[in-house]
Structures are given as structure tokens and as C-alpha cells.
Design a binder for this molecule. Sequence first.
Ligand code: ADP
Ligand code: MG
Length: 320
Amino acid sequence: MVKKEEKELTVADLPGVGPSTAEKLAAAGFDTLLAIAVASLGNLVSSSGVSDSVARKMIQAARDMMEMGFETADEVLTRRMACKKITTSSEAFDEVMGGGFETGAITECYGEFGSGKTQVGHQLAVNVQRPEEEGGLNSKVIYIDTENTFRPERILQMAKRAGLDPDTALKNIKIARAYNSDHQMLLSEKAEDLLKTGEYKLLIVDSLTAHFRAEYIGRGTLSERQQKLNKHMHLLLKLADMYNCCVMVTNQVMSKPNVMFGDPTVAIGGHVVGHSSTFRIYLRKGKKGSRVAKLVDSPNLPENECMMFVTEGGLSDKDE
Ligand code: ADP
Ligand code: MG
């Protein structure tokens, strides 16, 4: 994004922002013009203590300074080129993904219990640490674990095959257990502090929907659940975009009782999750212990699927 002036404008340059307000804003994470430009009015008011009308003016001014809105196609191209890929360790899967899991986007992996979603998460958490020439990004990882299925032992196995120092590989992964959906949303907000350092290019939420599904039961609560999920997805999308990081989320499936033909399973969260994800991958068990990964309604790749294996050393094209 291009700034209007040579001098770097900061939050303190906004109308109505004195040193103490700037401090309060910074403490709440609003320490850049972009953060304020994309903030919601309510959020800004509650975290800085300014009035509605001042907050509205701040957001508007930040947007003006940022020249947000339209950009020329060459600017879009430059941004697309900043988008990097993380290898999955399976050539077939990488090919389906157009080279690997993308930064600046949310990729949702959905499938039944045991289909390999968590395995894909672990593999990416290892691979993103590898150098760029090996399909990594030389980066650290943020892992939000909601089902208590993160296994450091598994990271060690995969790190070994990837030729990484096992201790360093573990130290490079920051894990937080989320105990309920509110906690999960709070953790994803906190993740921003880590992302700001520029050292983290991968954020995993495994599972995105399990808490929401468990807490909001019954038809009456569905719209509330969808609203919260929507908010959560938008925060993740903002993080992917602002910090050019890869966001990988996992999602369960439920069976659709009224489907007679075709696959009777659908992802939880429906349109809310599906429409916010840039890529959606359906994982299922295939023949002879294989896994099938299918790319579903992607914006830039034809529908495509591949076969791979989960082995001792991690994902692979071959059953080793
Ligand atoms: P999901 O998250 O979709 O429920 P997982 O990613 O936990 O599923 O997949 C679990 C499966 O991964 C196991 O059933 C097994 O087939 C495979 N797996 C896990 N660990 C290993 C390992 N060390 N070696 C080989 N396969 C493994
Ligand atoms: Mg899992």
C-alpha cells in the first residue's frame, strides 16, 4: 500500500489522538494506521476510551492516509508475487495446491476423524521452518490447538526426515491450547503480537470448529454460532492479509441425513467458513492406507485431487 507522503505517518498523526490516546491504542494493538483503518468502530471505542464520533473520524482519517481502496493491476501483481508457498512433502499434493500452501490466504482442510487433517498441520509446521530452496519459508509457527492433539513427538519424527535440528524445530513452534471458543478467538487476536515480529509465516487453528460445534447446540443457537465463526474467520483473514502469513484451519464434517446420492458429508460452519477460506481441501481415506486430498472450489485452480500417504516420516507420495 502506498502512503501519500514521504514522511512515515503514524497513529499520532491522526486527528484527536494525543500521546495518551496513542499509548492506549498501542496497548490494545492499534499501533499502525492500517490496524486503525480496518478496525471496527466498537472495538476502537472500547479499547481506547474515545467517543464514537472521534473513533469514526480516526478510522476515516487512517483510511485516507493509507489510500485504501482501489489499486492498479500491477500493484496486485506485485502483491501476488509476495505470496509464497509451503511444501506439503508430497509432490502430488503440492501440485494440487499450485506449489504448496499459500501465504496471504486461509486454507481449510476438512474431513472425517482420522482423515489426516492434524497430520497435514504438523507437516506444515515442520516444513515452513525449512529454507526457501527446500519449500520452506525459514519461519516460525503459531499453533492453536483446540482438541489437544498436538504431538511434539510427531514433530521430532518429521523434523528428522526434513533434516532439521529437532530441538530448534520444537522451539520454533508456539502452541496454545484453546479451552473454549472465546478463548480460541482471544488467542487468534494475541497471535497478532507474534506475527508483528515478522518471524512467523504460518498460523494453524486445529480445529477451527470443534468448540463452536460443541457449545452451540440446537437450531436456536445456530445464527449466534455462525456470527461468531464469521467474526473469527474475518480476523484470521485480516491476519493472513496484513502479515502475508499462511493460515491453515481444520474443520470437521457432519453427515447430511437428506443426501441420497454423492458424498453425504458436509463441512461444519457451512457458507461462513467456506466463503472466507481461499482454498478448501477435502481429505479422506483412500485405498490401501492412502489419503485422498481434493481441492474444492478454488478461485484459481481447476478442481483437482491426488493420492498420498501418511508415513513414519510424514506426508509422502509413496507408502514407505
Ligand atoms: P484428523 O486430524 O483428520 O482426525 P489425523 O491427522 O490425526 O486425523 O490422522 C491420524 C492418522 O494419521 C492415523 O490414523 C494414522 O493413520 C496416521 N498417523 C499418525 N501418526 C503416524 C505415524 N507416526 N506414522 C504413520 N502414520 C501416522
Ligand atoms: Mg485432528
